[in-house]
Write a protein that binds this ligand. Structure first.
Ligand code: HO6
Length: 357
């Protein structure tokens, strides 16, 4: 079967993954309003193309936190890649390295950070983090990933508790014990297991975390800190005031608080509040090159994809994820050319029909 758009990978994954695994990745919270709106919101935005601009050469490169990447699409953190493909995050890391883009490794990875680095030694990676009740454990983890060459910490701020995903409850979704969560070796013994020996996902982050802990995190690392899960101008302003280096406008793929804005609809107010002081990124609902173009036109420096990476893994591991990236890159290049943009610096709000803002 020819894979011509990201939705083809989604269909393949739905057909081939075990039901409980598919349901876990596909999940949205509650009624899934926000999960679905993340995609619909992109489709509502209308473009204003510019013509006769010599688009015989188009340059898709950009930078994030000063590092050049081949095009403005990175990988958002998603958990448990060994559920989708036996090589798990090692395959993901190789694909990101091959296409020279940024891979935000989930703290809930099923390969160790060491294995991921060894699989793709020249990859550009950020590490996603929660702050745990055990601050010493958190600090050791930060020290370790810093030593391993991770270039930034991505603190997810929208999970004081996990959102309610109905299928996961019905399926009694669990992480199989043979996979395990490689960043939590010291805690393996204290993990509660059910009768089949399956680990019950319960190693959750500290719900009492506040902005003060952002300062705490800064005090234990020299890495840039990116906050993932900002949706309002108020929190964007606080993020700048607290001295972080970037924010990801995100609603966690619609998996946390249902009923919040689509992330692309929240992007303009965050971009306006930040006023260029730090980089703003967005994730959630990106499925085409046009979506990438729209996000950049509305002020995102780069977008991140989550579920499509898992679909690529389910399809063919590293090669599948490469195909997903290549396809999205080709689509983005075409969208740039058709809208009259020769490089990413030429992508701006003039491309967006403003009545839709
Ligand atoms: C444990 N986001 O599924 S799932 C508990 N951040 O959207 S964590 C829950 C998870 C992973 C590990 C998770 C998600 C998500 C211990």
């Amino acid at each position: 079967m020819a894979m011509v758009c990201l939705t083809d990978f989604e269909e393949y994954a739905k057909e081939h993954l075990p039901k409980a695994t598919w349901d876990y990745y596909a999940a949205g919270a509650d009624d899934c309003c926000t999960r679905d709106d993340n995609l619909l919101a992109y489709k509502r935005i209308r473009l204003r193309p510019h013509v006769l601009r010599d688009v015989s050469q188009t340059d898709t490169r950009t930078t994030v936190q000063g590092k050049e990447i081949s095009f403005p699409v990175g990988f958002s953190p998603t958990a448990f890649h060994c559920l989708a493909w036996h090589e798990g995050e090692m395959a993901t890391a190789r694909a990101a390295e091959a296409l020279n883009t940024c891979y935000i490794t989930s703290i809930y990875c099923t390969c160790s950070a060491e294995e991921i680095v060894a699989a793709a030694p020249n990859g550009f990676r950020w590490f996603q983090l929660y702050v745990y009740r055990d601050r010493r454990f958190t600090e050791q983890l930060v020290g370790n990933v810093e030593k391993l060459g991770y270039k930034a910490l991505v603190l997810t701020v929208d999970v004081p508790y996990l959102g309610k995903r109905r299928h996961d409850i019905r399926n009694q979704f669990k992480v199989p014990p043979h996979l395990g969560l490689k960043n939590f070796p010291a805690m393996v013994e204290v993990k509660k297991q059910d009768k089949e020996g399956y680990i019950i996902p319960q190693l959750t982050s500290d719900p009492s975390v506040t902005w003060k802990d952002v300062h705490w995190l800064q005090s234990i690392t020299r890495l840039p800190i990116i906050l993932k899960g900002i949706l309002t101008k108020e929190d964007a302003e606080l993020a700048v005031e607290h001295g972080v280096q970037g924010v990801i406008v995100s609603n966690h793929g619609g998996r946390q608080l249902d009923g919040v804005l689509a992330s692309i609809d929240a992007l303009p107010e965050v971009v306006d509040a930040v006023k260029g002081r730090i980089e703003v990124y967005v994730d959630g609902g990106i499925r085409t090159g046009n979506d990438v173009l729209k996000a950049l036109a509305l002020g995102a420096k780069c977008v991140f994809i989550g579920r499509p990476v898992v679909w690529g893994l389910a399809y063919k591991g590293e090669e599948g994820v490469r195909e997903v990236l290549r396809l999205l890159k080709d689509e983005f290049r075409l969208s740039m050319a058709l809208s009259g943009c020769r490089n990413v610096a030429e992508i701006n709000r003039s491309l967006i029909q403003m009545s839709k803002l």
